[in-house]
Design a protein around this ligand. Structure first.
Ligand code: AKB
Length: 316
């Protein structure tokens, strides 16, 4: 059984991925790590280490201590926050990846998962059904770091045979933990505000359509690509991944089905420009062909499931 290290285990994806990986590999075979503490289940459901991914020595010592062979590197600064902290974003997003790729090149670990994003695309990319191979001229520092990361991943695979696998996540929506510092974050916060306040002020304009995905689909995609036979992973940069797209106004209409008195107002800020630079829908047919990607949730199913879980949480 593989020994796995998840770096960034307290984040939006990490919190849920650790649990899924522990079900699959066994609790003691999945080490959760983060610079800060994580959810109770993550810290207490198996080994947990405090780790800054830029601390190379500690990284090596954890990999050695637990005989790690697979790393999921989720620690990153997202799009909106990266625009405020250019150099720290670049350092975390790039040096963190380079540390892991170097460890894999040295054969201390055998497999790496690293998330890319729809942010690799920019204003010159075709907006609708953006193909796998499209113009990538991002104008955010987050997008630039993800694009550079994709090139490094492919380079390390081609030159050194590193088994690195990656997905270009769209905006992710889940009920277990909140994202931080992203442009698609509104699509999570809106649910919490709908339940607790009956209203939400959106930082994007009503008709800004972005590609989105419900967390169970994102987790399944991550495990599927990591568990697929190596010969099926033909792209070692990163795969387009998609489920559905919506605008704040469309999401608000769907939320009203569950909270009829719900009100949304709009007060667009600097994140509007970031959102406008991204595609509104993504073609993930290459992922479907290569390793069988198929989403299960659409907007309606996702909204229903979010409310089912958040309302139970509120009662409990
Ligand atoms: C963000 O909004 O920054 C992220 C992303 C699309 O990668 N959710």
């Amino acid at each position: 059984m593989s020994k796995v290290l998840v770096i960034g285990a307290s984040g939006q994806i990490g919190t849920e991925l650790v649990e899924k990986l522990r079900e699959f590999h066994g609790a003691n075979n999945v080490v959760a790590a983060d610079i800060k503490t994580a959810a109770y289940e993550v810290v207490n459901g198996g080994p947990f280490e405090q780790l800054d991914v830029l601390d190379t020595q500690k990284l090596y010592s954890i990999i050695h201590k637990y005989h790690i062979d697979e790393v999921y590197l989720l620690a990153a600064m997202l799009s909106a926050k990266s625009e405020e902290k250019l150099l720290s974003a670049w350092r975390l997003n790039m040096d963190g990846l380079m540390n892991i790729l170097e460890i894999a090149r040295g054969k201390y670990i055998s497999k790496v998962f690293w998330p890319s994003s729809i942010a690799v695309f920019g204003p010159t990319t075709p907006k609708e059904n953006t193909p796998q191979h499209a113009v990538t001229e991002p104008n955010t520092i987050y997008g630039i770091s993800k694009l550079a990361g994709e090139r490094w991943c492919e380079y390390y695979h081609q030159k050194f045979g590193v088994d690195v696998r990656s997905l270009r996540y769209p905006g992710l929506i889940g009920y277990r933990s909140e994202p931080g510092g992203g442009t698609t974050d509104y699509a999570v916060q809106i649910f919490h505000d709908a339940i607790h306040k009956g209203e939400f002020e959106c930082f994007l304009e009503p008709d800004t359509v972005l590609p989105m995905m419900y967390m169970p689909d994102a987790l399944r995609a991550t495990l599927d690509i990591m568990h697929a036979p190596a010969e099926k992973i033909k792209l070692r940069s990163s795969y387009n991944l998609s489920a559905f797209s919506f605008s704040p106004a469309q999401l608000a209409r769907e939320i009203k089905q569950h909270v009829p008195e719900f009100k949304i107002t709009y007060n667009p800020d600097h994140r509007q420009k970031i959102a406008e630079s991204w595609p509104s829908s993504i073609d993930s047919s290459v992922a479907s062909q290569d390793w069988g990607w198929q989403p299960q949730y659409d907007l309606k199913a996702m909204t229903g499931d979010m409310f089912a879980h958040l309302k139970v949480g509120q009662e409990g």
